[in-house]
Design a protein around this ligand. Structure first.
Ligand code: SAM
Length: 280
């Protein structure tokens, strides 16, 4: 048998009795046109190594292999999916490795040689946490992330200053990667449908990612933690803790003390972080 002749995904789900477990964020993509559309975003795949988080019944897994991924590690928490994934592995020419367990604890860099891409229809409950882990990794060990999130999270990744979704996640992600919205996917495309629509975003590392994401995290937390306040209010405690005179600090970074965080460009947050004394 070849990858192309595997039973349809709906048949696989039926044969293996794979009901969705909501606690694990299980909403499946059973339309191979859609999984192929996601896999295409990760091209070129030949000569590249892919980690897929939460393969479930394997729709995206199949698409990534069909598009030529040289090696694919599929990390799935729910052991019910191991037999259908093994069926894909049997016809993958040795390219598919299945790892059963929690992807949050899985060391992709240690288990998959470079060049690495991470491609996933992420479980909603842990998706943002996984993204934060990948963007704060030092050094950045991946060359591309192609990730499906609930629409609102995807909007928070790509948002620009002045937009409603602009906040911590945008500043952190855009400080290490070029971030773009690829396409939206309506809730009805999933089985079972979630309550909200989804979207796929693509992240590619900047040539010179901002180095100190930890301090940038402190600055954005203080600023966006009190979103409606002017920066001279929200950043005062952080300045005092760092033995800086607030007004001098903001002025040296070209930041208007009366500005609110959602109007500040990513570069201004970086300037604020870079001029804070390093905390151990
Ligand atoms: N990729 C499949 C698809 O597109 O049809 C399934 C996507 S579903 C949204 C999320 C998948 O992630 C489920 O298969 C779920 O069991 C798995 N999952 C949830 N939490 C996980 C974790 N911490 N580590 C690995 N897999 C996880």
């Amino acid at each position: 048998m070849a990858l192309e002749t595997l039973p349809s995904l709906s048949e696989t789900v039926k044969t293996h009795g794979l009901g969705a477990n909501k606690k694990l964020g299980q909403h499946f993509l059973l339309d191979m046109n859609l999984t192929d559309k996601i896999a295409r975003l990760a091209e070129p795949l030949a000569g590249h190594h892919v980690a897929e988080i939460g393969p479930g019944p394997g729709g995206l897994t199949r698409a990534l292999l069909l598009r030529g991924a040289e090696k694919l590690i599929a990390i799935e928490m729910d052991q019910r999916f191991i037999p259908p994934l093994a069926e894909i592995g049997d016809v993958s020419g040795g390219r598919l490795e299945i790892a059963q367990g929690d992807a949050l604890k899985y060391d992709i860099a240690a288990n998959l040689p470079a060049p690495r891409k991470i491609v996933a229809n992420l479980p909603y409950n842990v998706g943002t946490k996984m993204l934060i882990n990948w963007i704060t990794a030092s050094p950045i060990f991946w060359e591309q992330l192609v990730l499906m999130f609930q629409l609102e999270v995807a909007q928070r990744v790509v948002a620009q200053p002045g937009e409603a979704h602009y906040g911590r996640l945008a500043v952190l992600c855009q400080s290490v990667a070029e971030c773009r919205m690829a396409f939206e996917v309506p809730a009805r495309a999933f089985t079972p449908p979630p309550k909200v629509d989804s979207a796929v975003v693509v992240l590619e590392p900047l040539k010179t990612p901002f180095a100190d994401l930890k301090t940038l995290g402190h600055v954005t937390q203080s600023a966006f933690g009190q979103r409606r306040k002017m920066l001279r209010r929200s950043l005062r405690a952080l300045a005092e803790k760092s033995d800086l005179v607030l007004e001098d600090w903001l002025e040296s970074c070209g930041v208007d003390p009366k500005a609110r965080p959602e109007t500040l460009p990513v570069s201004a947050f970086q300037a604020l972080a870079a001029s804070l004394p390093t905390r151990r």
